[in-house]
Design a protein around this ligand. Structure first.
Ligand SMILES: [Mn+2]
Length: 319
C-alpha cells in the first residue's frame, strides 16, 4: 500500500479504471481513488468501458467517462475492483509492459497482471480503498464516505452475503462517523423499484423459467426493442429470482448485441457461481457473478444450464 501511495505521489496524471457492468463497489472505488489522487494534488480521470447503471444515478457519477481517453495524457494507470483483463474492455490495452500499472482488487480468481498488484480478499474492494485512504492520512469527507459505503453495502448485499465480515461492519461504522449517507444508499440499492423496472418485471415474469433449482430468464434484443429498454432497466431482477422459494441458483441472460449475451448469476450460500462465471469469460464472487457468452441462443442457454447443474450436483453430493 505504501508503494501505491508513493507511485501516486510521483505521478503527473492518473487514469483509473473500473470493470464493465459497473456496480456500487466499482463506482465507489473509482470515487475513492479519484478523491485520493486529488487530495495529493494530482490530475485524475476515471473510465469504465460501459454505461453507468441507472440504479447508481442517485449519486453524481458524471466524473466517470467525462472525456475521450488518450493514453498519452497519463503516466500512471490504476484499476480498481477489476479481476480479469477483458472486464476493462477497450482500456485493457494499457495494461501491458509499456505502462506503469497498479491493480487494487478483492477477487480471489483473477488474471489481470499489473506492475503492482494489491489483492486482499475482503468482502468489497471499497474496504481496501478505505484502508488505503486511512494510511494516506487524507481527511475523509461525507462525499467520499458515501461512495465507500456504497461499495461495502452493494458487495455485501446490505451486509447479508456470506462474504460479509466484522471488518465490513467496522468500515461501515467508520464511514457512518464520516457522514456517509447510508439511508440514501440503501434505499436506492435495496428498496427503490423504478416504475420502468416494475412494469418490465411484470412482463419478464412471464418469460421466467425454472429447471431443477435453477431459475432464469432470457431477454432478447427484440424484447429490448419492443419495450424500449436496456439491460440496466432490469434492476436486480436476478435477485428477485433467487429469492423465490426453491431456487438454488438464478441467472439472467440478456442479449446486448446480436447473438451476444450478458450473464448475471446469484446463488444461495452453498453454491459457487464465480466458478461457473469463469467458464463464460467472467468472474465475481461465490454468490454473485457475471459473464458473457456468444452464439446461438438455445446453444448458449444449454451450455449455461449444464454448467450450473454440474455445480448444483457437485455441491449437493458433498452435503
Ligand atoms: Mn467488488
Amino acid at each position: 500500500m505504501k508503494n501505491i501511495l508513493k507511485k501516486i505521489k510521483h505521478s503527473n496524471k492518473v487514469a483509473v479504471f473500473g470493470h464493465q457492468s459497473p456496480d456500487g463497489d466499482c463506482v465507489g472505488c473509482l470515487a475513492a481513488i479519484c478523491f485520493l489522487c486529488e487530495q495529493f494534488g494530482k490530475a485524475v480521470d476515471a473510465y469504465v468501458d460501459d454505461e453507468i447503471p441507472l440504479r447508481l444515478s442517485f449519486l453524481d457519477t458524471k466524473f466517470i467517462n467525462k472525456q475521450e481517453f488518450n493514453e498519452n495524457d497519463y503516466d500512471l494507470f490504476i484499476s480498481v475492483d477489476v479481476a480479469d483483463k477483458h472486464q476493462l474492455g477497450k482500456y485493457s490495452i494499457v495494461f501491458d509492459d509499456n505502462h506503469d500499472t497498479i491493480s487494487i482488487d478483492h477477487h480471489s480468481i483473477r488474471d489481470l497482471v499489473s506492475k503492482i498488484t494489491y489483492v486482499d480478499k475482503k468482502a468489497s474492494c471499497c474496504e481496501i480503498l478505505f484502508e488505503l485512504l486511512t494510511l494516506s492520512k487524507v481527511k475523509l469527507d461525507s462525499w467520499v464516505a458515501t461512495f465507500l459505503y456504497l461499495g461495502v453495502s452493494d458487495d455485501t448485499g446490505c451486509f447479508m452475503h456470506d462474504s460479509t465480515t466484522s471488518y465490513s461492519h467496522y468500515v461501515a461504522s467508520k464511514l457512518f462517523d464520516y457522514g456517509a449517507d447510508f439511508q440514501n444508499v440503501n434505499y436506492h440499492l435495496f428498496k427503490l423499484v423504478t416504475q420502468k423496472t416494475y412494469e418490465l418485471t411484470k412482463k419478464i415474469e412471464k418469460l421466467a423459467n425454472t429447471d431443477g433449482g435453477i431459475r432464469y430468464v432470457v431477454v432478447t434484443q427484440n424484447f429490448l426493442k419492443d419495450n424500449n429498454c436496456k439491460k440496466s432497466d432490469f434492476g436486480d431482477y436476478v435477485n428477485t429470482l433467487l429469492n423465490l422459494e426453491g431456487t438454488k441458483i438464478s441467472f439472467t441472460m440478456i442479449e446486448i448485441q446480436k447473438d451476444f449475451y450478458s450473464l448475471s448469476f446469484r446463488s444461495l450460500k452453498n453454491y459457487n457461481v464465480a466458478n461457473v462465471a469463469s467458464k463464460f469469460n467472467g468472474g465475481g464472487h461465490p454468490q454473485a457473478a457475471g459473464g458473457r457468452i456468444g452464439g446461438d441462443k438455445d446453444v448458449c442457454l444449454k451450455n449455461v444450464i449444464d454448467e450450473l447443474k454440474l455445480e448444483i450436483q457437485h455441491k449437493d453430493a458433498s452435503f
